[in-house]
Design a protein around this ligand. Structure first.
Ligand SMILES: Cc1cc2nc3c(=O)[nH]c(=O)nc-3n(C[C@H](O)[C@H](O)[C@H](O)COP(=O)(O)O)c2cc1C
Length: 185
C-alpha cells in the first residue's frame, strides 16, 4: 500500500507516552508538515507554539485542573483530584495551535492538527489531537499570563493542539462506519 495512505489509516490517538523527548529534526519536520495544510484563502490563520518546557507544560496542566475544580460537578472534580490527570497525557511535546478572529480560522487550525498527527505517525511517533486542554485558557487572568509566557501573539487564542511523544500503547484499529460513504457513478 502507498505509504501516505498507510499513515492515514494507521494513525491513532495515543494517550500514553514515554518520557523521552522527540528529536528536534522530527519536531521541525512535523511543524513544517503542519503549516503546509490547506488554508482558507491562503490566510494561514494560525499560530503554532511547540512547548517542550516542563515548567510550562505543568502550568498548562495545573490551569486545566483549576478549571475542572471550578466546574464543580462530580466528574470534573474526580478528574481534578486524579494525580495522573493531564489533558495532554504527559506527552513531552505539546503543540498549541492558536487561531484568530478571521473566518475559517478553526478549520485552518484543524487542518494543521491533522497534518501534524499524520506526520508524527509517519515518523514513528505517537500523537493525540486535542481540544480539551484549551480549558487551561478559559479564565481570562490565567489565559493572559499563560499566553504571555507562551509568547502567543495578540489576537490569537488556543483552539486545538496536538501532543506528541514516543507511544507507550498500541490501540487497536477502530471500526469506521462505511454506511456513511457513498459512491455515485
Ligand atoms: C476536534 C478534535 C478534538 C479532540 N480533542 C481531544 C481531546 O481533547 N482529548 C483526547 O483524548 N482526544 C481528543 N480528540 C481525539 C478523538 O477522540 C479521536 O480522534 C477519536 O476518538 C478517533 O480515534 P483515532 O484518532 O484513534 O482514530 C479530538 C479529536 C478532534 C478531531
Amino acid at each position: 500500500m502507498n505509504e501516505t495512505i498507510k499513515s492515514l489509516l494507521e494513525r491513532r490517538s495515543i494517550r500514553s507516552y514515554k518520557t523521552q523527548q522527540i528529536p528536534d529534526d522530527a519536531l521541525n519536520a512535523i511543524l513544517e508538515a503542519g503549516i503546509y495544510a490547506a488554508t482558507s484563502r491562503g490566510r494561514e490563520a494560525w499560530y503554532l507554539t511547540a512547548v517542550q518546557n516542563a515548567d510550562l507544560l505543568e502550568k498548562i496542566r495545573e490551569a486545566a485542573r483549576a478549571e475542572l475544580r471550578k466546574a464543580g460537578d462530580e466528574k470534573s472534580l474526580a478528574k481534578a483530584n486524579d494525580p495522573n490527570f493531564c489533558p495532554f497525557y504527559k506527552a513531552p511535546t505539546l503543540i498549541i495551535v492558536s487561531g484568530n478572529d478571521t473566518p475559517n480560522t478553526r478549520i485552518d487550525c484543524a487542518n494543521v492538527c491533522q497534518n501534524i498527527c499524520v506526520a508524527a505517525h509517519s515518523l514513528g511517533l505517537g500523537s493525540c489531537y486535542l481540544a480539551g486542554y484549551t480549558q487551561a485558557f478559559q479564565d481570562p487572568d490565567t489565559a493572559k499570563k499563560l499566553k504571555a509566557e507562551l509568547q502567543i501573539p495578540e489576537g490569537f487564542h488556543p483552539v486545538f493542539g496536538v501532543c506528541i511523544g514516543y507511544t507507550d500503547e498500541k490501540p487497536a484499529k477502530p471500526e469506521r462506519d462505511r454506511s456513511k460513504v457513498k459512491i455515485i457513478k
